[in-house]
Write a protein that binds this ligand. Sequence first.
Ligand SMILES: O=C[C@H](O)COP(=O)(O)O
Length: 318
Amino acid sequence: MTITPDFKRNEATGLDLGWINQIHVNRAAADRRAASLANRRTVKKEYQAAWLVKAIQMIDLTTLGGDDTPGRVERLCMKALRPLRADLMAALGIGELSTGAVCVYHEMIAPAVRVLDGRLGVAAVSTGFPAGLTSMETKLREIELSVAAGASEIDIVITRQHVLTGNWQTLYDEMLAYRKACGAAHVKAILATGDLLTLENVAKASWVCMMAGADFIKTSTGKEGVNATIPVALTMVRAIREYHEQTGFMVGFKPAGGVSSAKSALQYLTLMKEELGNAWLQPHLFRIGASSLLTDIERQLEHYVTGHYSANHRHAQP
Ligand SMILES: O=C[C@H](O)COP(=O)(O)O
C-alpha cells in the first residue's frame, strides 16, 4: 500500500484491561445515528461522481471463492489497475485510477503479484480464514508464507471465542503474534462482527486489536450471516477516533461483506468523513472490501456521464 511519508504505523500500546472493562455502547443511539445516515442524501448530486471515484480508490477488489482460478485473479487484477472504462475516464477528466488493492486467498497471491508487478498491493486473507479455527502454529506459518509469496497486506481473522468468553488477554496475545509475523506487511484484523453478538463486544475487540498493533480493523469476512452494517461501522470508527485521541496512532477501517451498491459506499464515506475527518479518506486508512461494488459504481458513473444506465453485463466483472 502507498503510505504517506509522515505516516506513523500503529504499534502495540499494551492491553489496558481497566479500559476494556468499562467500555459501554448505547445500542439505541448507534441505531439512531445509523438511521440518520441511511435516510438522508449523503452527498449532493454535483459531488457524487467525485465521491464515487474516491470510493473506487478505497476498494480492496476481492475474490474469495473456492472456485477461484489464476485466470479469474488475473482478470480481477487487470480490472483493479483499470477500474473504469477509458471513455468514462476521459469524460470524467481522470488521468490515472486504480483500486486500493486486490484481496485473495493465499494460493492466488502468485498470479496476482505477476499481473500487478508492484503497481498495486496484494492483500491475502489468512489465519484459517474465515473461521480462524486452525492451530496457532498453522496460522502463523500461513502469514509467513503469504508474506514470502508477495502479499503486502494480511487480513487475519480473530478467534471469536476469545471475545465471546471475554478472554481479552488471549485475544491480545494472538493479535500481537499476528502483527509480529506480518513484519513489514500491514495487518488488518477481521473481527467477524456478525459473530460477536453485541456492539459492546465489537467495541472491546476493536480496542484489544488496536492495542496489539493492528494497522486496520475490518468488520467481516463476507462469510458470516451478517456482514458490514452501519451501526457496527459506527462503533468501530468511534473506537478508532478515541484510540487516536489517546495514543496519536491512526488505525484504518475496512467495512467488508455485502457492500455492493454505490449508495452504501457513499454512506461509509460519509460516516468516515463525519466521524474521523478527511485525513481518513485515503487508501492507507480506509478500504472497502467488496467483490461486486465496482460494477455498480461504474454503472452510476456511466449514468452521470451519459444520462442513462447500461445493463450490468456491459461492465466487465472480474
Ligand atoms: O473482504 C471482502 C469480502 O469477502 C467481500 O464480500 P462481498 O463478496 O460480499 O463483497
